[in-house]
Design a protein around this ligand. Structure first.
Ligand code: NAD
Length: 313
């Protein structure tokens, strides 16, 4: 894999550009909206110097990274020579279906066609296309140039070799891939997030605590461990003799909690308004963009700190 094409250059496509370019790949960018391509290049220009300062450009110069991002005038031009195509078009099934139909014959027969989709299974938009065994989902967590995890989700017809090659590529560009064995709604990350959000809304709805207090429970509590370990390793280290010991002691308590949590609730308008009001007290609407920029600065600093902490540990 040497040449990368990005198809769809909005929020996520633009961030993918940095991921591949800082790893030394030539990247072509295609988007039906020239403004989107310009915005993606602007984003790279504005983000690259800060990433270089944090040591997050792989030791590459800003100019070298920016020089590898090449706009293409058409879809055909973008994908013609690409070994790997990362599609980040809007999350609408008819758009993806039409795009894959158009793109598949334009791409090389052995090119990988990977979608950034957050929730559509690849089988929903690749069933009818020639060479559908080349397609899979490579789902990033936004923004992928700062958050390394990607979920690789094959369709029933995806060739195992395509998943292998994608996994190798993701590792080469510094991402951390996990492989799902089959398609499932929400993949892994959003299923985990969904379980936590359901409980977070329930706690606020039942008047147990406020939205900022739920946020503190994660940012000042659970999240500190989650910085470097997941839920299974967490419980493995929270009992004298490891995970089985933990489950023996606390399994019944969690089972009782799970039974209480088993009634799914819609997020009512009233509940959402409550959470919205509590959030706006913390972050007024006109400060949301500034807060997103702050989040990205924190993420960059954390990625840097994580490398240092784990190297020293
Ligand atoms: N935003 C996130 O947090 C996030 C995270 C992970 C994955 N994703 C997924 O990434 C994909 C893109 O999301 P986004 O947030 O970057 O959206 P976005 O709206 O910022 O960007 C979409 C881009 O696609 C372009 N586009 C429109 N029609 C197209 C076509 N036919 N072919 C190619 N490009 C086309 C648009 O001009 C736009 O630039 C979606 O599938 C989304 O689910 C988003």
């Amino acid at each position: 894999m040497e040449k990368i094409a990005l198809v769809g250059c909005g929020l996520v496509g633009g961030a993918w550009g940095i991921v591949f370019a800082r790893a030394g790949f030539d990247v072509t960018l295609y988007d039906p909206s020239p403004q989107s391509i310009e915005a993606a290049l602007d984003f790279a220009r504005s983000a690259a110097p800060g990433l270089a300062e944090q040591g997050l450009l792989n030791g590459e110069s800003v100019e070298a990274v920016l020089g590898r991002l090449n706009p293409a005038a058409s879809l055909a031009e973008a994908v013609r020579d690409a070994d790997y195509i990362q599609e980040s078009a809007p999350e609408r099934l008819p758009i993806k279906q039409a795009l894959y139909k158009e793109m598949a014959p334009l791409a090389k027969a052995d090119a990988v066609l990977a979608s950034s989709t957050s929730g559509l299974p690849a089988s929903a938009f690749t069933a009818e296309i020639p060479g559908r065994e080349r397609c899979l989902v490579t789902h990033p967590i936004n923004p992928p140039h700062l958050v390394p995890l990607v979920e690789l989700v094959p369709a029933p017809w995806t060739a195992p070799d395509v998943v292998d090659r994608t996994e190798a590529l993701m590792r080469r560009v510094g991402q951390v891939p996990i492989r799902l064995n089959r398609e499932i709604a929400g993949f892994v990350v959003n299923r985990l997030q969904s379980a936590m959000l359901a409980e977070a809304f329930r706690l606020v709805e039942d008047g147990i605590c406020t939205a900022p207090e739920v946020d503190a429970a994660v940012s000042e509590g659970l999240g500190l461990r989650w910085f470097f370990m997941g839920p299974f390793e967490t419980i493995d280290l929270n009992a004298q003799r490891g995970v089985a010991d933990y489950c023996q002691k606390l399994g019944p308590m969690y089972y009782d909690l799970a039974k209480e949590q088993a009634d799914p609730r819609p997020w009512s308008e009233e509940l959402v308004a409550t959470v919205e009001a509590q959030r706006r007290q913390k972050t007024p609407a006109d400060q949301l963009d500034a807060r997103k920029a702050w989040r990205d600065r924190c993420l960059a600093a954390l990625v840097k700190a994580k490398r240092a902490v784990l190297a020293g540990g």
